[in-house]
Design a protein. Structure first.
Lengths: 114, 112
């Protein structure tokens, strides 16, 4: 099975909160990331959380980590139409030489409608 | 400060040909990684370069090779192109001592 799993689609109304969920399998994951990809573009790093944290908040974004269940979520408050994009969850652990290679899920397509 | 830049933006090649994609990392970033993103999929790790050496490699055949130059820029070469190599190829750079990867806009490769 996949190392990182996400639901494929989420549809919300403008102004509501969006919650995108992700599960991962690697218990040694050290960093967990959320990336955003708009049509025809590369990936934009939104935020990341270290595995010894439970929560991280950054303006409209809140990341929650349940390490026991290997579950990560991204909450976007007051979702706007400009938030419509694909959101990727990724995890990484240290590989030899101090490098971290993120492993990505398939992405969740967030559709925000008026 | 320019971000990660990739060239070309789009490319069409014929099956069996060879292709070279280029990447310039963000200023101060010394580690470059390459990813392949097929339509509807997440990015898949190809390899990572650091100090002009391939440090890590994903599950890709030897047809995929790379290079990193002293100025940290990098190339991805793919030989004997297959139709299945059609994808968005993403380059990401990471500053020394950090884990966050910053991505370029990608090169859309179409093999016909």
């Amino acid at each position: 099975g996949e190392d990182v799993e996400q639901s494929l689609f989420l549809s919300v109304r403008e102004g509501d909160s969006s919650v995108i969920n992700c599960t991962y399998t690697d218990s040694s994951s050290t960093y967990l990331y959320w990336y955003k990809q708009e049509p025809g573009a590369g990936l934009q790093l939104l935020t990341y959380i270290f595995s010894n944290m439970d929560m991280k908040q950054d303006q409209r974004l809140t990341v929650l980590l349940n390490k026991k269940d290997k579950h990560l979520s991204l909450r976007i408050a007051d979702t706007q139409t400009g938030d419509s994009a694909i959101y990727f969850c990724a995890e990484s652990s240290e590989i030899s030489g101090g490098s971290y290679i993120p492993t990505f899920g398939r992405g969740t397509s967030l559709i925000v409608h008026p | 400060d320019a971000g990660v830049t990739q060239s070309p933006t789009h490319l069409i090649k014929t099956r069996g040909q060879q292709v070279t994609l280029r990447c310039s990392p963000k200023s101060g970033h010394d580690t470059v990684s390459w990813y392949q993103q097929a339509l509807g999929q997440g990015p898949q790790f190809i390899f990572q370069y650091y100090e002009e050496e391939e440090r890590q490699r994903g599950n890709f055949p030897d047809r995929f090779s790379g290079h990193q130059f002293p100025n940290y820029s990098s190339e991805l070469n793919v030989n004997a192109l297959l139709l299945g190599d059609s994808a968005l190829y993403l380059c990401a750079s990471t500053p020394r001592g950090y884990t966050e990867a910053f991505f370029g806009q990608g090169t859309r490769l179409t093999v016909v």
